[in-house]
Every structure is written in structure tokens, then in C-alpha cells.
Write a protein that binds this ligand. Sequence first.
Ligand SMILES: NC(=O)C1=CN([C@@H]2O[C@H](COP(=O)(O)OP(=O)(O)OC[C@H]3O[C@@H](n4cnc5c(N)ncnc54)[C@H](OP(=O)(O)O)[C@@H]3O)[C@@H](O)[C@H]2O)C=CC1
Ligand SMILES: O=C(O)CCCC(=O)O
Length: 486
Amino acid sequence: MQLKDMSLLKAKGYIDGKWVDADAGRRFAVTNPATGATLVEVADMGATETRRAIDAASRALPAWRAKTAKERATIMRRWFDLIIAHTEDLALLMTSEQGKPLAESRGEVAYGASFIEWFAEEGKRAYGDVIPTTQADRRLFALKQGIGVCAAITPWNFPIAMITRKCAPAFAAGCTVVAKPAEATPLSALALVELAEQAGFPPGVFNIVIGDAGKAPEIGLELCTSPIVRKVSFTGSTEVGRILLRQSADTIKKLSLELGGNAPFIVFDDADLDAAVEGAIASKYRNAGQTCVCANRLLVQDGVYDAFAEKLAAKVAQLEVGAGTEPGVTVGPLIEPAAIEKVEAHIADAVGKGARVVTGGKRHALGGLFFEPTVLAGVTPQMRVAREETFGPVAPLFRFKTEDEAIAMANDTEFGLASYFYSRDVGRVFRVAESLESGMVCVNSGILSNEVSPFGGVKQSGLGREGSKYGLDEYMEIKYLCLAGL
Ligand SMILES: NC(=O)C1=CN([C@@H]2O[C@H](COP(=O)(O)OP(=O)(O)OC[C@H]3O[C@@H](n4cnc5c(N)ncnc54)[C@H](OP(=O)(O)O)[C@@H]3O)[C@@H](O)[C@H]2O)C=CC1
Ligand SMILES: O=C(O)CCCC(=O)O
């Protein structure tokens, strides 16, 4: 891989301001999902290196916390500028290890950087309160203070944005961080750290431990059970989120969990159908269907079901599958063989129970990890796609008759991350938005994420919010200050 700035291609972890190998010298391969080729071998770290990273973060905490919010913001702003200046290299790194089309990678670089810009500014506005007193000789205050050493465990589907969405508010709040990216995508995260070093982050403020999937449990255990770490923020599967929640019980940690979703995408009779088709494509096939907010169940009202299915299938058939570095490609490979197998299993289960493949439905002729963008019709709640997150390019179309039925179907899941619906009836817009059991509702669009709005779920989709003014509070404690005897 040829970057303009080869200093961004790193193969070591970063602890206490130094690039370091694994203690045992072990390495693991980072591969390109489009070709299967090894990009580079990187350090394979575990619990011992994690402990050292936690200690480094702890030592760096007092000085970082003592800086003013503006001083921290100045360093963060330099980091933001460097990321934007290196967009092309970062996008190429991301596409190479993750697979998404270059245009999406460029978009993610900007999206990821936006959290740094936003939280650098929000840090200056971490106001507390002056509380009207209850006794004449007392003055009462609520102060906000950074929580301390934080851990960030991030997934492979957004290799930059998930790191910055967690680390930027932590840094802004005066916290130090140990981050652990996914086995599949450490390179983007390491490049971010290189740029943070160039921006002037002091040693120990931002540490990164990398390890293969076999090491993730021991790294996670160390982070969750360490009495030094005060906060763990995780994005990934609900299954792993549950493990982290349990492991954090003994040290009573603050946790943010962005977990799995099962997003309904509802198309009502009164929708603008062409807009709904566009929104469905954006929501469903972005990142080859591998986002936690991807539409997972498309619920379409009886009167427009056939027309919507036909229009959607026609557009989906035009999507261009291929390596993300190829011009014109809109759908890249899936991340790993297990992802393709899950997609195949979901389709086979649905077809076995009576669903019909409208377009796609099988591995792509390119082979490897490429899968045809798929539309399934005649899908029912008895099929696996109704219950489980497919995390792939499959749009299952369910049919409903009434608004109440749509809401009941949409809420019939243990997840509650994002919901989408299309309607031009303003009364319905409010009724449905208020009835959907999810942390985020998007009306008449398939894309909802940005740095200024609160991202997060209800039910088994997680705890806490990221981005927005609320995202900073996740990394702060409120201290009540009572001044008596005045
Ligand atoms: N909500 C979301 O955004 C995401 C949801 N998912 C869902 O999860 C499914 C599986 O994807 P997968 O990547 O395996 O997600 P995981 O939840 O397994 O991985 C997310 C992160 O957690 C790490 N991890 C895994 N096991 C542990 C553990 N015991 N303790 C601490 N950290 C751990 C992973 O490391 P490593 O990669 O090294 O194993 C990675 O950094 C997907 O098909 C999808 O349904 C996946 C990714 C993101
Ligand atoms: O899929 C995820 O892991 C969350 C990121 C998606 C987004 O921010 O839109």
C-alpha cells in the first residue's frame, strides 16, 4: 500500500508516548477483505501491555486534567486539522483494511474528525450550576469534572469514527484513554494516534493496544476489572456488551454501550416512494449493510408494497459491487467469511420459509467476500431476518396493513437503536415517532448520524449517548460542592 505519508502506516501499539512491540514479539496479519492479501503484520498485544497502558494513562491524567479546556481544545484542533489534511491517506488505509468504497471512507474521515472539532469546543462549555441555597449561610454548586482514565473498545465497521466519537469527548473532559480497536482494522486507529502525536498530545494521554481476536477477551477483562479505569465505552455486538457489563460490575464502572440494532424502515402508503427507495438504499447498503443503524427490516404498507419492491429492486440491481478502491464501486466486500455465511444463512432460512428473492441472493461472481445486494419479498416475522441483525446487504420486505400493526411489528424486538419511516402526514409523523421504541428516529431520510445529535439506543441496544452535548457528560462526573459558614 502506497500512502503519500508513509509515517501513517504503523505496525506497533502506542503506550506512554512510544511505539512498542508486543512483549512476546508476536504479530498478526491485517488483511485486505477485497483481496485476502496481507497488508502488514502488527503487534499482537494482550493483558500485560494493557496494564502498562492503563498505568501510563493514570500517570498522564493529573497534568492533562490540569490543563484548561482551551489548552486541550488547541491540541485537539491541531489533531482535527491534521486528520483533514491527510484525508486521502486515511481513506486509502481504511478502504484497504475494511473494504468500504473510497468515497465512504473519505466521508468517514470527515465524520470522524467532526467529533474532535465538536468536542474540543464543547469542552469549553462544560458548565456546572449555581444552586439556589436552602440556608442563608451556605452556597451550593454542581461542578463537572472529567471522570479519569477511560477505555474505548471499538469495532471494525467504522475504524476511525468510533475511535474519535469516544476519545474526543474523553480528551475534552480532561480524561486519558486506552483504546483497543478491532483485530480487522487497527491500521486506521494507529494512523489516528500518529496524527495525535504530531498534534502534541502529551505521552500517556492517548494509548492504543492492539491484539488479534483471541486477545480481545483478555484485553477487555483487564480494562473492565482495573480499578484505575473509571469508564469503559464500547461499540460492537450485544453479546460482547453483556460480557463487558458483567465484568465491570466489581469495580462499578461507568459504561457506554453502543450495541446491536434491528432497525425497522417503515414505508407508509402516503410516502414519497422514490424518496423512500433512495433512503432505503442509503440506509441498507451503506458499508455493505454493516452498520448498527442499517435498516434491518423494511416494513411496507399493503397499498405500495409491490410498487416499492419493484422500484427498490431496480435500483439495487444497479449497485456496483467490487473492491472499494475501484472507481464507481458502491458496495465493497464483507469483512470476513463468517459475515458472508450469516448473510447466506439468513437468506436460506427466509427462502425456506416462503420468502422470494427479488434480486441478488447469492455470492457475487467476483468471489471472495463479495455478496450480491439482495432484496427479499414475502418476508414474515417467523424468519431469522426478523429477529437477528443480518449485518449484510440484504433488504427483507415485510407487509403490513395498518399504522398500529406497523408500530407493533417495529417494536417487536429486544433491540432499540435506530428506526426510520416515510410519511407525508404530519399527524402520523408525530404519532409514529413517539411510539417507536428506539433511541433514534429518522423521518423521510435513510441517514441520521452527525456529531451534533445524540447517538445511542434503548432496550438491548445499549446505554448512554455519543456525540452531541450529551456525549460529553458520559465522560464527566458531577460533584456537589457545599460551602457552609458564610
Ligand atoms: N453495533 C455495532 O456497531 C456493531 C455490531 N456488530 C454486530 O456484532 C456482530 C459480530 O461482529 P464483531 O466484530 O465480532 O463484534 P464484536 O462485538 O465481537 O467486536 C467489537 C469489538 O469488541 C472486541 N471484543 C470482542 N470480544 C471481546 C471481549 N470478550 N472483551 C472485550 N472486547 C471484545 C473486538 O475485538 P476483536 O475484533 O479483536 O475481536 C472489537 O474490538 C456483527 O455481525 C454485528 O451483528 C459488530 C460490529 C459493530
Ligand atoms: O454502526 C455502528 O457501529 C455505529 C456507527 C454508525 C453511524 O455512526 O452512523
